[in-house]
Write a protein that binds this ligand. Structure first.
Ligand SMILES: [Zn+2]
Length: 402
């Protein structure tokens, strides 16, 4: 007898070669069967999910969930299991001086799986700006905490922003890389200076530092230090980095996502590998809203559903080195499953510069299965729920960027 059967959905998992009508059975937190039909009588609980899209559990590769420690931290389940997301990578909210709050106070209080990166700044993002002096980095403390929490901490995070670069220059990302290499974990680097102060060419010095498996986040930023030169061409180092195996992630957030930049990167043929939110409390309310809305944006940019699902499941699972457990559906694997719907309509989404993109399909969550446990979506980030803003009536009122 299975614990649960999801019945009648359309399974979309390109990494497993699945696209079609399948039932999925779950037992003891693992996927027990995937078959065209599984009899209702074989399960204790049956959820009818006809009309939905069933994917591997969504992974948000860049969000901020250090709630209660950092002012902008979202409750993990709000961006997680109640929003169609089974795993959240916290992108360096905590540094070595504050990290213990995660295992002690955050992780025991939520059902969404959290995979934290450790900020190279010892206080993480508790204050802004993060790095304010050379002493903001405690390399020994960082190595110690990364070692102590091996298996929980997945990587080291560095942010290419002012004043960190004015104080430390390229020594800052080099220290982060050293910490990552010495502890054998991943490296994630934020590009785009929200203060708009540093030399945009710094990207050309940064990218050669990144090796196979490192993650570049905010690929579509319009802030100084992004991947486009003054003429809108990709800097050659960006292609070289991608060819070496550097992951390109498009974390949105409140200030680092531009449709115009994205369109130029796409037109020049260098596609991102991962989609993520960079969710924070204000970002959730004002600019980024949800992981499913990020999927909506990429469908609107012309990506196929299969590409979008891959960028939210198999690719981030590989980027964090968890592909053996997360990001794909398969018998015997951990039962992390997202049940979503695509609604047809007429909406508009905005990037952080206020540029708009009209979309005809909106992805919304329905329910989430995390290690076999079922969670129903909450109301959603907007007063009316999960769908984006309705498109303004009358074509004349509408100025599209793309
Ligand atoms: Zn972030």
């Amino acid at each position: 007898m299975y614990d649960l059967v999801l019945k009648g959905g359309t399974v979309v998992d390109p990494s497993a070669g699945l696209h079609g009508g399948y039932d999925i059975a779950v037992q003891d937190g693992r996927i027990a069967s995937i078959a065209p039909t599984i009899a209702r009588e074989e399960a204790t609980r049956v959820l009818e999910v006809a009309g939905t899209i069933v994917t591997p559990g969504l992974i948000d590769l860049h969000a901020h969930v250090f709630e209660g420690f950092n002012g902008n931290g979202v409750h993990p389940d709000l961006g997680g299991v109640y929003a169609g997301v089974t795993t959240i990578v916290d992108a360096g909210s905590a540094g070595c001086a504050t990290f213990r709050g995660f295992p002690r106070h955050i992780i025991p209080q939520c059902r969404t799986e959290i995979i934290p990166f450790l900020h190279i700044c010892q206080t993480g993002l508790a204050t802004s700006p993060d790095i304010i002096a050379e002493g903001s980095i405690d390399l020994d403390g960082t190595l110690r905490v990364a070692d102590q929490y091996k298996g929980l901490i997945c990587g080291i995070k560095a942010r290419m922003v002012s004043p960190a670069l004015e104080i430390l220059g390229m020594e800052m990302p080099r220290l982060a890389k050293r910490a990552a290499r010495e502890t054998g974990i991943k490296l994630m680097v934020h590009i785009g200076d929200t203060e708009k102060r540093y030399d945009p060419n710094v990207i050309r010095s940064l990218l050669p530092l990144l090796d196979d498996g490192d993650i570049l986040t905010h690929y579509f930023t319009a802030n100084p230090g992004g991947v486009l030169d003054a003429n809108g061409r990709l800097v050659p180092e960006a292609r070289e980095a991608a060819a070496r195996g550097v992951w390109l992630d498009t974390a949105h957030g409140q200030s680092n996502f531009s449709f115009e930049v994205g369109r130029r990167c796409i037109d020049q043929g260098l596609l991102p590998h991962c989609i993520s939110t960079d969710l924070t409390v204000p970002g959730r309310l004002n600019t980024v809203h949800s992981m499913t809305e990020m999927m909506t944006r990429f469908l609107g940019l012309g990506f196929t559903l299969e590409q979008v699902v891959t960028m939210c499941t198999a690719n981030p699972a590989k980027a964090i080195g968890a592909a053996d457990r997360l990001g794909s559906l398969g018998v015997g694997r951990q039962a992390d499953i997202s049940v979503l719907q695509t609604h047809e309509g007429d909406w508009v989404v905005y990037d952080v510069l206020g540029a708009s993109l009209r979309v005809k399909q909106a992805v919304v969550p329905v329910l989430t299965v995390k290690r076999g446990e079922v969670f129903t979506r909450d109301w959603g980030p907007r007063p009316w729920g999960w769908e984006p803003d309705p498109a303004p009536s009358g074509e004349a009122a509408f100025k599209s960027c793309c």
